[in-house]
Ligand binder design. Structure first.
Ligand code: PLP
Length: 357
């Protein structure tokens, strides 16, 4: 098989989804499974649905179109505010979208009416992380406006925290969102069916709280795919962190001095790694570079250490491994690494189907 390749264990994706669906379901919270880090892979999406996800979310309409074409039966949400240039495709391929802009909502309304359909709208409110969302004071007026637009259905409200400034989705933030949901209902007379609390960074709150309030949905990607809590990058208990691995091939193995020699300046990607103890290393070079993966969050196999990465070479300390050229090593990836690997033309993706008896 070709290397480098991302190997996705679909049974593990299904299992991770199931664990989260069950735990959150006990608190009245549905899971919208986010497929963007898997580029809207139908096989990954299907595994998430088998695990009990109530719907699928992606930030790119191209990925939603891919899921649409695959014929998966599930609601699809665009979880980034639509590009106004893409509203037709959004209405065609998504049953709902997250929104913040009047001009986009007008365009969605026109597109939806033209296509003779109804598009569900979730209004995003800014609660301090300073990415998408209208300010809380502007939410009710915007909701009133949406209610009067033909072709649109005001489905609910939502927020997104943690992504831009690491602002924690805690009880006060979620209480504020619940309060805003109630304000919108009172002002519009519409019952909201979606109060979308956030992303994987909400899990700590959602699994720990005794009061989920009005929050009835989370949009989860990283936790399902990698089993990690984005706030700490630590494993979420009960989830598998090995659902996705990146396999690379060894192209050189040689015992080398641990320390470089000669006059030193900048390396290919900035400051070179600090000085290592004298001695020698069982050094390996893998055909894997920054064109394939972000070294951040790369987890080497047990007993192997990452020494550095440039565009096309990953240098490792193989420790006691008696690896030979041509051997393959499997690495865990972080979220950034997964994104890069999935979008690199040099990395193939292999989706390992679950074996059923
Ligand atoms: C990417 C994204 C998510 C999912 O985030 P994870 O950390 O992968 O769970 C949820 N909501 C929005 C708006 C996003 O952009």
């Amino acid at each position: 098989m070709t290397a480098p390749r991302v190997v996705v264990d679909l049974a593990a994706i299904e299992g991770n989804t199931r664990v989260l669906v069950d735990r959150l379901g006990a608190r009245g919270i549905r899971v919208t499974a986010v497929t963007k880090a898997a580029l809207g892979s139908p096989a990954v999406a299907a595994a998430m649905l088998r695990g009990g996800a109530a719907g699928l979310g992606d930030s790119r309409v191209e990925n939603l179109a891919r899921l649409d074409a695959a014929g998966l039966v599930a609601p699809r949400s665009l979880i980034r505010s639509p590009m106004i240039s893409q509203v037709d495709a959004v209405v065609r391929h998504a049953s709902a979208s997250l929104n913040t802009e009047i001009s986009v909502l007008k365009a969605l309304s026109l597109a939806s009416s033209r296509l003779g359909t109804t598009h569900a709208v979730v209004l995003m409110v800014e609660l301090g992380d300073l990415r998408e969302g209208v300010l809380p004071a502007d939410l009710v007026p915007l909701a009133r406006y949406v209610v009067d637009l033909p072709g649109l259905d005001l489905a609910g409200v939502g927020t997104n925290l943690a992504c831009q400034h690491g602002v924690v989705p805690d009880q006060p933030k979620m209480d504020e969102l619940s309060g805003l949901a109630s304000d919108v209902e009172s002002a519009t007379g519409e019952a909201l069916s979606v109060v979308s609390g956030g992303n994987s960074a909400n899990l700590g709150w959602a699994l720990g709280t005794t009061d989920p309030g009005r929050v009835d949905e989370l949009r989860l990607g990283e936790a399902i795919l990698l089993g990690l809590d984005p706030l700490t990058r630590l494993p979420v208990p009960g989830l598998r962190t090995d659902a996705i691995t990146l396999v690379a091939e060894l192209i050189e193995r040689r015992t080398k001095p641990a320390r470089p020699w000669g006059e030193r300046a900048q390396a290919a990607f900035g400051t070179p790694p600090g000085c290592r103890p004298a001695g020698s290393v069982n050094q390996g070079v893998l055909a894997l570079g920054r064109q394939d993966v972000d070294p951040d969050g790369l987890v080497p196999p047990h007993g192997v250490g990452v020494l550095g990465m440039s565009s096309d070479h990953l240098v490792v300390d193989l420790g006691d491994h008696e690896a030979v050229v041509g051997d393959e090593l499997a690495f865990g990836v972080g979220y950034g690494g997964l994104l890069r690997a999935m979008t690199s033309p040099f990395v193939t993706t292999v989706e390992r189907q679950p074996t059923r008896v």
